[in-house]
Design a protein around this ligand. Structure first.
Ligand code: ATP
Length: 271
């Protein structure tokens, strides 16, 4: 059954993951029977130890992989009944490692985000470039906009890929470890942008290895565990010290920092 959630009497779009299971062709089972809903105007963070299947799960939600079991529904429609173009118009994906196909300038790479809403072989015009420049300004990337995408750093490339997905204007944006190459300042800028995008009605899903980022966003979390199952809910209801120790096998303090007005977590360090 697909649940259409209602807020103020109005149905709104969601992605429903239903009984989802995935095995790689070598037979390796990654997860089974996952059930959760991704809502617009929210940030859902996916946490879990290395190798547990976060990227694979995001790949199933982006429809890069077909599930071995269950299905994913967008706005009540099974992915299997949607074309790749329909999916790309509604769901944007930023991979962990960005390997551009051509030696574009950064702005020409970002404008390719408009492709799902353009005709085949149509060249981007002023309207599409205006969209791309809007995203460049949002991420403050003006200083690299005319550089070659091949000649910028990993962190700059990660930010260019985020600008590209914003240019795409999908309803949902999926990001695989979007902060992995970013310095502390750019990590905070990224979280602010993701929070702003959720306020602007986008649905955001990101994988992360940093539970403190989940507390900063103070929204939904889904935790994928070694047994291939998932627990989801409000971050502050799930991420306590005992739970994080069970997840990572490491002692992590969870503190309510009054000056910050938020929960925070800090590794205890080498004992
Ligand atoms: N093409 C593949 N064929 C078989 N097994 C694979 C393939 N790609 C990944 N795996 C395995 O699937 C499991 C899940 O990988 P995945 O990349 O989804 O994990 P992850 O949670 O995102 O990891 P990390 O946090 O280290 O990025 C891993 O054990 C990995 O070795």
């Amino acid at each position: 059954m697909v649940i259409m959630e209602t807020e103020n009497g109005r149905d709104y779009m969601n992605i429903v993951v239903q009984n989802l299971g995935f095995n790689y062709p070598n037979g390796k089972s990654i997860f089974n029977n996952l059930n959760f809903t991704i809502n617009k105007s929210k940030v859902l963070s996916i946490l879990g130890p290395n190798g547990v299947g976060k990227t694979t799960l995001l790949g199933c939600i982006a429809r890069l992989y077909l599930p071995s079991q269950g299905d994913v529904f967008f706005d009540g429609k099974s992915y299997l009944s949607m074309t790749q173009c329909e999916i790309a118009q509604n769901i944007g994906y930023v991979p962990q490692i960005i390997v551009p196909a051509f030696n574009y300038s950064v702005i020409d790479y970002i404008v390719t985000g408009c492709a799902p809403s353009m005709k085949v072989f149509q060249k981007p015009k002023k309207e599409e470039y205006d969209r791309a420049w809007c995203a460049v300004k949002k991420l403050k990337l003006e200083h690299i906009a005319h550089k070659s995408i091949m000649q910028i750093s990993g962190g700059e490339r990660q930010q260019a890929a985020i600008a590209r997905v914003i240019t795409q204007k999908p309803s949902f944006i999926l990001l695989d470890e979007p902060a992995s190459h970013l310095d502390m300042g750019n990590q905070m800028k990224l979280l602010e942008i993701l929070n702003d995008l959720a306020q602007e009605d986008y649905g955001i899903v990101m994988t992360t290895h940093n539970p403190d980022h989940v507390f900063i966003l103070d929204d939904q979390v889904a935790v994928l565990r070694d047994e291939g199952n998932l627990i989801s809910g409000k971050s502050r209801d799930i991420l306590n010290e005992e739970f994080l120790y069970g997840l990572y096998g490491s002692k992590i303090k969870v503190l309510n920092i009054k000056e910050l007005g938020r929960m925070a977590c800090i590794a205890q360090g080498i004992l």
